[in-house]
Write a protein that binds this ligand. Structure first.
Ligand code: FO1
Length: 307
């Protein structure tokens, strides 16, 4: 069994690649929920949905939401003066309504995700990192913003003064999370943000220690290539968390306690010696995943690297 720790778009590409390489039944994805939020009274879980939609083959090319979705409901809400900056498509809204109704009926988030997974025909196991609410809060000079407000509404323009994940300290790993990590043949840290995606998953009490105990079976893939993030404003999150170096080596240093092997892009080959000095074995290859073939190829490299 392969376990992947994943955030949204970058993470889902790695998860997808791993399923192409091994089949869906051999994969468990443990997914960040710090990006979750409430919109129009509905519980929206972007990273879980991105992974589910990707595995179901229905994700839009932009990497989130349903392919070919329409936005009539959101447009209607805008005419009533409602804030419509978060692109909730009509088909996507069905997911949020179903999830909200299930949770209001007493279901845990992990039960909802499993229900969505089964109904979408996804065979891979998809687990939220926790069933408890965790919300990433970004503080800038303007004040506190919810994660999606900072990222989508405000376009991640401002420098970040601090980042915190509300509810993380007391969150309990979702059922199956620790067991999956403890028994996995291979644990892949997907190229998601080390702060607001992977950092949040590892921050759930007990998860970092469980992954560290499997360090020799853990392989990370760098979300940074040539000093810049492959997806999203990872550099802003890094600076906001007090890291002033944005490099593959910095990523490896942040994971050195949990990760025995790290995959970097060939353009960063000059950083390999610095990473090996952290006692992290380094694999250098093309880690960009623009299409299906590149995802599958990288997944095969990742699997072969840890044997
Ligand atoms: N990302 C955007 O850049 N703009 C959007 O309007 C947007 C809407 C959205 C709706 C549902 C969903 O599941 C994801 C959505 N995302 C949108 C993606 C999301 O903001 C981020 O990519 C993740 O939270 C980061 O992993």
């Amino acid at each position: 069994m392969i376990v992947a720790l994943a955030g949204g778009t970058g993470g889902s590409k790695m998860v997808h690649g791993l399923t192409l390489a091994t089949g869906q039944r051999d994969l468990t994805a443990i997914v960040n929920t710090g990006d979750d939020g409430e919109f129009f009274g509905l519980l929206v879980c972007p990273d879980l949905d991105i992974n589910l939609y990707c595995l179901a083959g229905v994700v839009a090319d932009r990497g989130w939401g349903y392919a070919d979705d329409t936005f009539h409901c959101l447009e209607g809400l805008a005419t009533y003066g409602r804030e419509a900056w978060f692109g909730l498509g009509d088909r996507d809204l069905a997911t949020h309504i179903h999830r909200t109704l299930m949770t209001r009926g007493g279901a845990r988030l992990s039960e909802v995700v499993d229900d969505l997974r089964a109904r979408m025909g996804v065979e891979a196991r998809v687990l939220p990192m926790t069933d408890d609410p965790v919300r990433t809060i970004i503080t800038t000079a303007t004040g506190e913003q919810r994660f999606q407000e900072y990222l989508v509404r405000d376009g991640a323009r401002e420098e970040i003064a601090s980042i915190r994940a509300e509810g993380l300290d007391t969150a309990i790993p979702a059922p199956g999370v620790i067991e999956a990590i403890a028994t996995a043949d291979l644990i892949v840290i997907a190229p998601s943000s080390p702060i607001v995606s992977i950092g949040t998953i590892l921050g759930v009490p007990g998860v970092r220690a469980a992954v560290a105990a499997r360090r020799e079976r853990v392989i990370g893939v760098s979300p940074i290539v040539s000093g810049a993030p492959v997806e999203g404003p990872a550099h802003k999150f890094l600076r906001g968390a007090g890291y002033h170096e944005c490099s593959a080596r910095q990523m490896a240093a942040m994971y050195a306690d949990v990760c025995g092997t790290f995959v970097i892009h060939e353009s960063d080959a000059n950083e390999a010696a610095g990473i090996e000095a952290l006692d992290v074995r380094t694999v250098t290859t093309d880690i960009l995943m623009p299409d299906r073939a590149s995802r599958e190829r990288l997944a095969h490299t990742v699997i072969a690297a840890v044997g």
